[in-house]
Design a protein. Structure first.
Lengths: 400, 400
DNA sequence: GTAGGTTCTTTAATTAAGTTAACTTACATG
DNA sequence: CATGTAAGTTAACTTAATTAAAGAACCTAC
């Protein structure tokens, strides 16, 4: 437990004010004081510091309510910039954004596999360096680099503990980047970064307890509890792709049987489809060897009722798993993402129906289930949000 | 977010000191200062207040390490007393304890069913009143009443939202007791209270992330995250008895199929046993109609290999479900409780084996899985712990 | 047995930062 | 233009932590 101190008290109040301006700006000092229980002088002096730090700026005058017009405060979106890196299994996606998350520039780089840990870190530094030098006019105003890394990540130490697709272990990513750049560096698991992206830029804004589930080649989730990312004891909280949902189910890549992944992931949809084709189902899908989940989606779009049935079935399985999540973590919101969710028009009705049918209490039926609207650079935006957490929520007391 | 203030800073520091003394006492002021980063004068003055409040007292002198002997501080266990109430589906268990959780007195009362909400509240007040008057010499020193209520509970409002076995809804328990007694009143769901009991008095001491799973007639869990009880959005976090684990499994009381409960609860063990007996298994168990999980346990103890096999199978199912928990919540510790765990000698080896085999990462294999050692009044102790949370962790700034 | 060093605890002065109360600025209205 | 009201600032005050120093109690060594 962190002890109470003057410094801590001040930075807490600064964070509160900053977060208020971010979420509800333009807002006046007086309004902040009313909402936060802080006194006007306290708000005034802390706002002054924030303006000196250039995170906050005064904007227009508000309308008078019978007296002096309030001076509205807003975040100075263009005062600082951040780099977000989505380090996936086969490529690296980089973005440069302002404090509002507006993407100024982006770049993609392929990884040449196989790769050693040294090569990986060198390439990471290299592509980041390129992003900085390509946009020199921002470089003095960059405050941090966020990295969303696939696999198991120790976010405290900024280390990649295990990246299965690269087959690399124990890479000190934060250390490597910190040695090369003067910016703050934060590293997080990609699924968790995605969840953070939703809370900062997506539909998760203002929700304290949410789960962002990614359904693609694999299935993973980021869990936000009481406003903070939740890691668990050994950084595997949210590895729900490997939640057993069918005791007698198909074998999973992890070696177990009946993992959730084995019924809802992209590859599993393809596998199930092939199985049915073999059994002689009536369908327009004929290519037994190369059929993918996307093919199934396209066939469904073209009116193939068999393909539609496959997707409906998948939606049911997703719904069952999400109900398990609701009965365990009981979030206020679940946001779905990933390739499989491209078929959301087929999936969502049955997902919602399944949850409504299976959930235990009436109140839990109201759990919001939506599809992410963040788009292409969602994970990289989550990486950027890692920096925003430090800037806004953590303490507001950074040297800038 | 709560604003920073002098009061808040002080009470936070007081809590830190108090918790330190609780967990590591007898301990000296100097040692507290070293461990907590607080300065000696701060520790000194706050300890003085705690001594004035009679929560803390000076005990023996410690041994000198080359200088003045330290004065050791301990919690004054007998300064205050608490009442813990376990309000189960058919009976009420009350205990009176000191601050260490030592049980001074206990009483059990049957509920006469069916019962109305008014009758229930009246009986609750009545039995509590009896406990107080039967032990008058403690009554002036009682600081609070904790209630562990089965069913869905709104812990913030102190309301029982739904008690399925009594078929009662929306009972204002805290309000009713507060109107009758001058003590602080806290209400919580029973499974969560049990988890709290483990963190305060059981094997969960010092663990920040733990799940206490109760396997009996039903299956439920209390989740502790970052040291706090976790409720979820609508107070159903931890309702893992209804986690679907077998897509094509047996029908559950909740209406779904293949809930975890349907393979590990006491009744499910009996049902499965009957099924096998029908199929002509070789066993000493013959009474097809009335066989219970306890009979299976006894048969196993007597050497019946069929009964042992049933239990082993049950252990496997428990292990699978716990692995799901690890992949979702990733706690440092799981503590098992409830009637079924009486067969722990048969269950535990296979539970641990199953988890070790199925869990994704090496680090997660170290998740501690143990059987509760709290004994009979475990849930009532959890109710008592609700009061301790207020006293120790919440703010240390109560009027005493 | 006493001097010097060490550790524990308390006292006194200082400082950080929030709070209170009063004041200034700026605007609206009659 | 006088009055009232809201926004923001200034100055005095208060709280509670921190710093510095003193005092208390003990140990070891000469």
């Amino acid at each position: 437990m962190q002890r109470g101190s003057f410094k801590g008290m001040k930075s807490l109040n600064k964070s509160i004010i900053l977060t208020k301006i971010l979420n509800e700006g333009p807002i006046s000092r007086a309004q902040i004081a009313k909402d936060t229980q802080l006194t006007p002088p306290t708000v005034g002096s802390l706002v002054k510091e924030l303006i000196d730090q250039r995170i906050v700026k005064e904007s227009t005058q508000g309308t008078s309510k019978g007296g002096r017009k309030p001076t509205m405060l807003v975040i100075d979106q263009q005062a600082y910039y951040m780099i977000g890196i989505d380090a996936g299994p086969s490529q690296i996606d980089l973005i440069l954004t302002d404090l509002s998350g507006k993407i100024i520039a982006n770049a993609q780089h392929q990884l040449l596999l196989p790769i050693t840990d040294k090569q990986f870190l060198t390439q990471l530094i290299h592509v980041t360096e390129a992003m900085v030098t390509d946009h020199v006019k921002y470089s003095d105003h960059i405050i941090g680099i966020g990295v969303a890394m696939h696999g198991v990540v120790d976010a405290n130490e900024g280390e990649s503990l295990y990246a299965p697709n690269l087959n690399l272990r124990d890479m000190p990513i934060a250390e490597a980047l910190s040695n090369h750049f003067s910016y703050m560096v934060k590293v997080e698991n990609d699924a968790r970064a995605l969840a953070l992206a939703e809370t900062w830029f997506g539909q998760g804004k203002g929700y304290d307890r949410l789960v962002a589930v990614n359904i693609g080649t694999g299935v993973g989730a980021g869990v936000v509890i009481e406003g903070d990312l939740y890691h668990g004891e050994t950084f595997i909280a949210g590895e729900i792709g490997h939640m057993t949902i069918d005791l007698n189910g198909a074998r999973c890549s992890c070696g177990n049987y009946g993992c959730w992944q084995t019924v809802i992931s992209g590859p599993s949809i393809a596998t199930r489809t092939k199985q049915f084709i073999k059994e002689g189902m009536d369908t327009s899908l004929t290519d037994l060897t190369d059929v993918t989940a996307f093919d199934v989606f396209e066939a469904a779009e073209a009116g193939d009722t068999f393909a539609q049935k496959i997707l409906t079935e998948t939606g049911y399985y997703i719904g069952v798993g999400l109900t398990n999540l609701i009965h365990t973590i009981n979030p206020s919101q679940i946001i779905l993402n990933g390739g499989v969710m491209k078929a959301n028009t087929y999936l969502m009705p049955i997902i919602k129906e399944t949850i409504a049918e299976r959930v235990l209490t009436r109140a839990a039926k109201d759990t919001l289930v939506t599809v992410s609207e963040l788009g292409d650079h969602a994970t990289a935006l989550g990486a950027v949000a890692l920096i925003l957490v430090e800037l806004f929520a953590k303490n507001g007391e950074l040297e800038l």
